[in-house]
Design a protein around this ligand. Sequence first.
Ligand code: PEP
Ligand code: MG
Length: 324
Amino acid sequence: VAAGLEQLRDKCAETSDGYRMPLWANTGLDIDVTRALDRGAEGIGLYRTEIPFMIRDFFPSEQEQMQTYRSQLAAFAPSPVTMRTLDIGGDKALPYFPIKEENPFLGWRGIRVTLDHPEIFLVQVRAMLRANEGLGNLRIMLPMVTSVHEVDEANRMIDRAVNELREEGHVTERPPVGVMVEVPAAVYQVRRFARRVEFISVGSNDLTQYLLAVDRNNPRVAGLYAPYHPSVLRALEYIAEEAHKENVQVSICGEMASDPCGAILLMAMGYDVLSMNSTNIPRVKSAIRGITHVRARGLLSQVRGMDDAEEIHMLLRTTLQELG
Ligand code: PEP
Ligand code: MG
């Protein structure tokens, strides 16, 4: 099987009736870029920038960040690399920036932290923009967005960083900016976000946790963490429809895209890009190549009428097994 998957690298993810599904990778460390290239990823849909921050003893300087980002961008150029602004808080802690809270998943996380600390945000964005000089494949993505004003504020700060750099003599382009949909409130504002940014990307790990009120890391409730819950699926489908009403690209970068069952459903819902841990790219590619788009759409409509997450997952698994 491994050899079979290996041979898939240079083939694209296309259904047997000719529907193309771009598969991108999620990265954090430099080694993830090598793996993503090896597995045939066509872009980076989520570079978790907090990872290089987590392995240091202090905030990396603009120059250090610039070098780190440059190596990700250069390795993948001209394909797109989506850099998420610092997403700390919740389950992700920086040893040199402790956040003590009783309820961290409902607390100071992601964009909330960086909008309260514009100096952190601006230095990071400046580093990204400088890293992108002469390459032009950067995209910037905002995590844990809840309200439109957060997008407006982040956009203003990105403009400010672009202007500062131009005044300093840099040749700086404004890159595409995107919003992550991972808070339930964001689901119902996708169109408003889509009018303000160039792309939408679903963080299904957090979105599942918040829709179902199930801590994604608590083993006691792990059985209740159900990405195939009808409510989660309804939300995912709605997000894709709403983004497309504004002609904005919609991708997904949560774990769900890396499960072949999830990937097939997301493809049927109309997601434009699936971004995943690169280890799973060959499995997902193989599942897509083994099904028709018509069949995937049929499965989606069958699933819409079902009530139970386990049954839905089972139907998808058995169907994919039958298809080989
Ligand atoms: C997500 O929440 O689905 C996501 C991609 O972000 P992270 O897993 O880093 O929170
Ligand atoms: Mg998240």
